[in-house]
Design a protein around this ligand. Structure first.
Ligand SMILES: *Cc1c(COP(=O)(O)O)cnc(C)c1O
Length: 482
């Protein structure tokens, strides 16, 4: 009898089949429980880091001591449950089943995707998804782009393209000779600042535009900030609009930014990682009006569009611009209408990447953009209802009227100083985390600490939201109860 090698065991088709069936059963049961309200299941079964380390290390101490099915099953039980209607934490979507199955196939096939021949279906689907999404945002046939690994990378890629196209100097070949800068609201996601620093523009490379009381860029300040940077010898090449901002979900006035960019021949990039998805909601798409005027737009499918992370579209109004990210100005490319759309590595940071387009392609082929309309509209409606609930509640206050599915609020308490109020809300949030029934997060806005929810699950209802407020009231010390 020949001894079975580890390789034979690891590749055993029959073990895979039986494990796969059992695993799918568990995942389906979990989904059914979540859909029925998630009774008896915490949204986030949190434990302290040291306890988690102790809990998971035995499986590595002795190979095979915990079965693979057990590990996967425990991971499902002990991680954050995005499908749970009481999950209201960070900005990430509960995936629909077909997108997760697509992920399995993508992982399984491991087609490299840097070049067309290393994954014909995946490359083609990615292109078709981008075309469909950009059309829906209001772009023309000239628009094109690709799908990349996250909003952070998409924004950085777009800004590299902007530099290549707008900078007077030939940075790609000669390095930086004169200072460059972009303008962005002070409420923007930190990745824009990071992109500036990665590009080597330094502290003066990011001009932070103050926000108004709704945390939107105060576009009235663009002119004087632009003029003073220019007078100081900096070439301002771009303005980044947030659609929406991360902390409060506020949308900048994209039309006003577009007009300003046209006036000074600046690149207009929209960081729509979270909120560009509103373009799919018939009811709420006005909140991103002007998005089609952008030179480039980043949009995460994994924030509002029921897709596993990380899947981010980067769309260029002029598709040909997407080929200039990793080269100096290449005017000859403009002679070609559609230069090699199928070889993605020319335009993406990634060399090897998964079939990032397959998941969105599945959704579009089975349910059409109508599903995204339903999903986005549902969480938007819910956030509007939550805003109203808080506004009408004597014990709570809103940081700002919710413009997206992100709601920031806090418990008022009795005659508290700012510091005391911050402390009370910090305690509430920590108690919620350790309790696990609901999962929400927190954010600083100026001097104040606020509780923050992202209503990411279209299956959450006002019942869970009432439950959350009730739960918080139950956690407040008696002397602070309003
Ligand atoms: C989430 C977010 C990002 C970062 O995107 P990742 O996909 O997490 O890399 C960037 N900008 C905004 C506005 C975001 O909300």
């Amino acid at each position: 009898m020949t001894k079975t090698s580890l390789l034979q065991t690891a590749y055993d088709p029959e073990a895979f089949r039986s494990m796969g069936y059992q695993l799918i059963d568990e995942l389906a049961d979990y989904l059914a429980t979540c859909q029925a309200g998630g009774e008896g299941m915490p949204a986030n079964p949190w434990i302290k880091p040291d306890a988690a380390k102790q809990r998971w290390s035995p499986a590595l101490d002795k190979v095979g001591s915990v079965s693979s099915l057990q590990i996967l099953s425990d991971t499902l039980k002990e991680g954050v449950h995005l499908h749970h209607p009481k999950y209201m934490g960070h900005q990430i979507s509960p995936p629909i089943p077909i997108t997760a199955l697509a992920g399995l196939v993508s992982d399984w096939m491991n087609n490299g995707m840097g070049v067309y021949e290393m994954g014909v279906p995946g490359s083609t689907m990615e292109h078709l998804v981008i075309k469909k999404v950009s059309k829906h945002m209001g772009f023309s046939e000239a628009a094109d782009g690709f799908i990349t690994s996250g909003g952070t990378l998409a924004n950085t890629t777009a800004l590299l393209a902007a530099r290549s196209i707008k900078a007077r100097q030939r940075v790609w070949t000669e390095g930086h000779k004169e200072p460059l800068a972009l303008m962005v609201s002070e409420a923007a996601h930190y990745c824009v600042d990071r992109a500036v620093k990665i590009m080597g523009w330094g502290e003066t490379g990011i001009i932070k535009v103050p926000v108004n009381d709704r945390y939107q860029m105060d576009t009235g300040q663009l002119e004087h900030l632009y003029q003073s940077a220019t007078e100081a010898g900096t070439q301002v090449i771009a303005v980044v609009g947030s659609a929406c901002s991360t902390a409060t979900g506020s949308f900048d006035d994209l039309e006003a930014i577009a007009t300003f960019c046209q006036q000074y021949d600046l690149w207009f990039h929209v960081d729509g990682a979270h909120g560009a998805a509103l373009a799919f909601s018939g009811k709420y798409k006005d909140r991103v009006k002007g998005i089609e005027l952008a030179d480039s737009v980043a949009m995460d499918f994994h924030k509002m569009l029921l897709t596993p992370s990380i899947t981010t579209a980067l769309i260029f109004k002029e598709g040909t611009h997407s080929y200039q990210t990793f080269s100096q100005r290449a005017d000859y490319l403009f002679e070609q209408a559609d230069p090699e759309w199928f070889n993605f590595a020319k335009r993406t940071f990634e060399c090897t990447k998964l079939m990032l387009g397959l998941k969105a392609f599945m959704t579009l082929s089975q349910y059409g953009v109508e599903l995204w309309d339903e999903a986005v509209t549902a969480v938007m409606d819910l956030s509007q209802a939550f805003g109203e609930m808080i506004r009408n509640h004597p014990a709570f206050e809103l940081a700002v009227e919710p413009a997206c599915n992100i709601v920031c609020f806090r418990y008022k308490g009795n005659d508290l100083s700012v510091a005391e109020q911050n402390q009370l809300n910090e305690q509430i949030r920590q108690a919620l985390l350790e309790d696990g029934e609901f999962y929400i997060v927190k954010t600083w806005l100026g001097e104040g600490l606020w509780l923050r929810t992202t209503l990411a699950n279209p299956l959450s209802t006002t019942k869970e939201l009432q439950g959350l407020l009730g739960k918080i009231e139950g956690l407040v010390p008696a002397d602070q109860t309003v």
